[in-house]
Design a protein. Structure first.
Length: 399
């Protein structure tokens, strides 16, 4: 049997090691030559320098990641049936809903589900997709068919408005895609908490589903505590804490719109107004102010946005993580808990732990690590693709 005909990407000598370990990316610097004239998103065969076919991928002439492999089977036909099978398998892996009402899960986690550049989240019967690679853009209508067939959802909304599309030579785009028009907000339930998501304007696809398990953990830790929910967004961690019996929650967030949604969430769940408050402010500035005012908390959650977008931002991002953790540690009462996260994929877990340890030293606090947290199980990590493990969380106790 011979590999399929069509454009061929020939690798340089010695540059096939990562593919032999089933890592799905081919960088431009690893390519010796391209046989044929593939357009963006076209299927190409990737071969080692000796001509051995190694797999089938999508070509992206504008990206440093010049090809993303769909499969390491060089004889696999890449067609509508292929995408239907990939989508169906990924959806099946998520299992049945485990909530009493409408539920939310990530259904497609890009490379980790064999569909590089495709993110799909489900909120109730509404799907929200990010098409972030040239290959998925090429096959997007076949993918849409497969998503609706595999889930039976009423609507599919596109949030392909991430800057990574620009690196792929693609325009940013967001809007109705298939089926029913997306409503203003979609309700779903998580760990017994009722939540609303704005799929049109919210961050990413509208909500951070990767923190579902971590929010459940915070709910377990919160009973009787005075909690600060820092970088609160629409209140997810604070709502979990209130449901878990927190005495009081303070949401700290720079976005007025996000705090308005946090207030809607509190009302929706029947949490007494006396148990929570919102503060619209920059976290770095406000934490310093509260330290000067000698304000303290029993539990602080730090869930900041990504500080490190590229390797050149690594030093500055590390300084940011150290600073915000140091300021938070100064506000914790003895026996208090810090639950701190980094979603920067370029920041390795060991380095993040060292940063938090250094922050404790500079804050003059003795800190114990009591638990580690990671992205929820609907965000699986392909073992041959360590880049998929981007979310790191530490639960620490101040003595």
């Amino acid at each position: 049997m011979s590999a399929r005909t069509g454009p061929i990407v020939h690798l340089k000598p010695g540059r096939d090691k990562s593919l032999r370990r089933w890592h799905p990316w081919v960088f431009s610097g690893a390519i010796a030559r391209v046989e044929g004239t593939p357009n963006a998103g076209d299927t190409v065969t990737v071969t080692a320098s000796n001509g051995t076919p190694m797999g089938m991928g999508a070509y992206s002439p504008h990206s440093q990641i010049r090809a993303r492999l769909w499969t390491f089977d060089p004889y696999q036909e890449i067609d509508a049936a292929f995408f239907a099978a990939q989508v169906e398998a990924a959806v099946a892996r998520r299992g049945a809903p485990d909530e009493g009402g409408p539920w939310a899960r990530r259904l497609i986690n890009a490379e980790n589900d064999g569909l590089p550049g495709l993110i799909v989240d489900r909120y109730g019967d509404q799907l929200v997709a990010q098409v972030l690679s040239a290959g998925c853009e090429r096959w997007k209508e076949e993918i849409a068919d497969a998503l609706l067939a595999a889930t039976g959802c009423a609507g599919l909304y596109e949030r392909s408005d991430a800057e990574v599309r620009i690196k792929e030579g693609l325009p940013v785009r967001a809007g109705h895609w298939r089926g029913r028009e997306a409503p203003e907000v979609v309700e779903f339930h998580e760990n017994g908490v009722r939540l609303l998501v704005d799929v049109r304007h919210g961050h990413k696809t509208g909500f951070y589903l990767d923190q579902r398990a971590a929010r459940a953990r915070v709910g377990q830790l919160a009973a009787g505590r005075d909690m600060l929910n820092c970088f609160a967004y629409t209140g997810g961690f604070g709502l979990a804490a209130l449901a878990g019996g927190a005495a009081r929650v303070t949401h700290l967030e720079s976005s007025a719109g996000a705090l308005e949604m946090a207030a809607r969430h509190a009302e929706l769940n029947g949490f007494e107004a006396s148990r929570w408050t919102s503060v619209e402010a920059d976290a770095f500035t406000r934490l310093r102010q509260w330290h000067q005012e000698e304000r303290t908390f029993d539990l602080i959650v730090l869930d900041p946005p990504k500080f490190i977008e590229s390797r050149q931002h690594l030093p500055r991002g590390c300084r940011g993580y150290k600073d915000i953790n140091m300021q938070a540690l100064k506000l914790l009462r003895p026996g208090g808990l810090l639950v701190t996260f980094s979603c920067s994929g370029l920041l390795e877990a060991d380095l993040f732990q060292k940063i938090v340890a250094d922050a404790a030293l500079d804050a003059g606090r003795n800190l114990q690590l009591v638990d580690r947290l990671q992205q929820s199980d609907d965000h699986p990590v392909l073992m041959s693709f360590p880049e998929g493990a981007y979310l790191k969380g530490l639960v620490c106790r101040v003595e």
